[in-house]
Design a binder for this molecule. Sequence first.
Ligand SMILES: Cc1ncc(COP(=O)(O)O)c(C=O)c1O
Length: 450
Amino acid sequence: MKDSNFLKENNARHMWHPMTHPADSLANPPTIVTGANGVRITDVDGHEVIDAVGGLWNVNLGFSCRPVKDAIARQLDVLPYYSTFRGATNDAVIELSYQLKDFFAEDGLTRAFFTSGGSDSIETALRLARQYHKVCGEPGRVKFLSLKKGYHGTHIGGASINGNANFRTAYEPLLPGCYHIPAPYPYRNPFNETDPEKLAELCATALEDEIAFQGAGTIAAFIMEPVLGAGGVIPPHKSFMPRVREICDRNDILLIADEVITAFGRTGSWTGCRHWGVKPDMACIAKAITNGYFPFGATMISDSVAEAFENDTSGLAAIGHGYTYSGHPVGAAAAVACLAETARLRVNENAAARGAELFEGLQGLKARHDLVGDVRGGHGLMCAVELVSDRASKTPIDKKTIARVHETTYREGVMIRVSGPNIILSPPLVLSAEETGKIVDALDAGLNSV
Ligand SMILES: Cc1ncc(COP(=O)(O)O)c(C=O)c1O
């Protein structure tokens, strides 16, 4: 590896970074991470911090998960790649599909279509939803409904159902036939409703209204994250997703759960759908399925959707979709090891316990800092702190101030993620109570510094 001078000199010069202005990466070079251990990362200057971002919501088991590393190394030696396109498969992916069927049995999801990551899993679900209706004799069902503030990756399909203009405007025109309803976000919503339960009902009514307006027979699917993540960690009231399920059922609209960050324990339950007691028609998974060590994902499919395809005799159910890396044996081996560690460590239980502590600590910060407008969490290890320059008017914080909070918190030993006015926390699920306290203390110092 080149020395640190070389790395700093060439930082961001010959590559573009996702989700940032190229000039900004040059003016404010990104942190160069060169190592990691447990829940900590080390930068090029040897500074070690707790990673309260958890990689990017994916390193649930931390950076030192030996069984997953060993599984990857072993698989690379035995079979580093083989395709799963028609007529071939590999042993690792067969084993994984068997294990995923068990893991997702309670959610009613029994088939997997493998992908290379979250955006691919979303794209797959959207395509299969349209095809499902064609197979079932309703070819007019082609539209998609989703939530404002939702995040569903960055393919054109995903961006089209995305609920944040930052990921859409520059890339328009997007896919036609995608419509959005208000998110159940009590801090800011068009109804000025702060009561989460009443707001959930208003949003559900908006969904019904949109379905009536579009015509149920034109809609393929509604997609939502069980807890909205990148949009600023927005947990809906517990009544919301069951109500959405009931509305979808009544209108023969498929419910796609985007579980890219919520599957595998993050909410304190094994899946986000299980957290709310809902069975989706499809679920998109990725990220923690391999602990972030290998790019991998899947779209999980329910029995009823699967049977419509499998029993088709017309030929309409032939799948014209797939990726070179669908069912990659190294990813599959990593996922098999990851599932075993995830279950052995019962990371869902730790996520619930540490998540409650983190949420309580952040509420303490709200009591001490006027800068904190809203604190969201209470459902496992995913929390957000929304900063405002004025609490009464809820004016979003400016970029410079939140950057200072970020910088000081980092110097105090914790990496956090800034997204607009939000500080988003999604640490590894193997975090200790002491490390949870350290995150709150470092953020306290960050907030004190402005
Ligand atoms: C809920 C959700 N869906 C989809 C995606 C896209 O996943 P990927 O970045 O792996 O394509 C993300 C990524 O953060 C996500 O949070």
